[in-house]
Design a protein around this ligand. Structure first.
Ligand SMILES: [Zn+2]
Length: 322
């Protein structure tokens, strides 16, 4: 079996409330409170690489847990991000996400129809996460005997989650402005981690919204339902929504699921109801967002504390014709 960090465990490790701060890096300011953060990276921040003579349009949240929305130079037929090919729209738009501990820059390479290449290096700002260390709290040795029944069921669940996350469809929900899927106090933030007796626990790779049981959970943006069943051992009743181009939302602990796999939804459609199925200590929505295997911070996609009232320009400026 693969050994990358268990998505399900990370999904359900809900840490206590905490704020996050974002470091300044190079001349780039990333302020989570400000949601309209689309900007063109100045050539001066592009690093030591020779400056491209053909224009890229770069927007998004260039930070760990964030995302780059790009438009490749005219004539581009292929784009890679850190050597991995990404899906392009007909007008050369693409996205790529940065995981919790992503390196400080990403390299975008466009291959043009004539075989030439255009390179752009974008900075990825470092985040400071809410880390709580409790040295005195020793972790008990694993005394529970192996449970083959549990392990077998868990393996099936993890495979289903991986499959749902592996999609790279041509859906375009990722080009929309995102809205909060539920409303309430933010009871857990992305990236936080507890270190108990010197042993780091899995970081919290989602955002928790404390909401009353039965409150609606709605699609933050459009897409296709890739998984809608449960209860999973940890995630409970789980819905996974493919926004296209590798961007996938997951909604955990639902008390009820109102959608079916393969169903197309638009922003605001009801997916289910808030609950506490699976491993949860109280009713809440855990919303996770991933790009391929990178786990993103959903809070970077939505306005702080409320619904988005503007259009997609908040995160994705329309491509400029030249
Ligand atoms: Zn959580």
């Amino acid at each position: 079996m693969p050994t990358p960090p268990s998505p399900s465990r990370a999904m359900t490790q809900c840490a206590r409330r905490g704020g996050f701060r974002v470091a300044r890096r190079v001349a780039l300011k990333v302020r989570p409170a400000i949601l309209i953060a689309a900007f063109i990276v100045a050539a001066a921040t592009a690093g030591a690489q020779p400056l491209s003579t053909r224009e890229w349009l770069i927007a998004g949240r260039l930070t760990q847990g964030g995302i780059v929305f790009g438009t490749a130079p005219p004539g581009t037929v292929r784009v890679t991000v850190d050597r991995a090919p990404v899906r392009l729209t007909g007008d050369r738009r693409f996205l790529a996400g940065f995981g919790r501990d992503a390196p400080p820059e990403a390299t975008l390479v466009a291959t043009l129809a004539d075989g030439s290449r255009e390179v752009r290096v974008v900075p990825v700002a470092r985040r400071h996460y809410d880390i709580e260390s409790i040295p005195s709290l020793r972790q008990p040795p694993p005394d529970a005997p192996p449970d083959p029944v549990y392990d077998a069921r868990r393996a099936v669940e993890l495979a289903a989650i991986r499959d749902a996350r592996a999609g790279d469809s041509d859906a375009l929900g990722w080009t929309e402005a995102f809205a909060w899927p539920a409303h309430g106090r933010i009871s857990g933030v992305y990236g936080s981690q507890r270190i108990l007796g010197g042993v780091p626990k899995a970081p919290h790779l989602g955002v928790d919204v404390a909401a009353p049981p039965g409150a609606p959970v709605t699609a933050p943006a459009g897409g296709v339902i890739r998984l809608a069943h449960g209860p999973f051992l940890l995630e409970g009743n789980l819905v996974m929504l493919d926004h296209g181009h590798g961007l996938v939302s997951a909604f955990l602990h639902l008390s009820r699921i109102d959608v079916k796999e393969g169903q197309h939804v638009v922003r605001g459609d009801r997916l289910g109801l808030v609950g506490m199925t699976g491993r949860a200590t109280g009713p809440h929505l855990h919303w996770a967002l991933s790009w391929r295997t990178a786990r993103l911070d959903p809070a970077l996609f939505v306005p702080e504390g409320g619904e988005l009232t503007n259009g997609a320009a908040a995160i994705l400026p329309p491509p400029r014709s030249r």
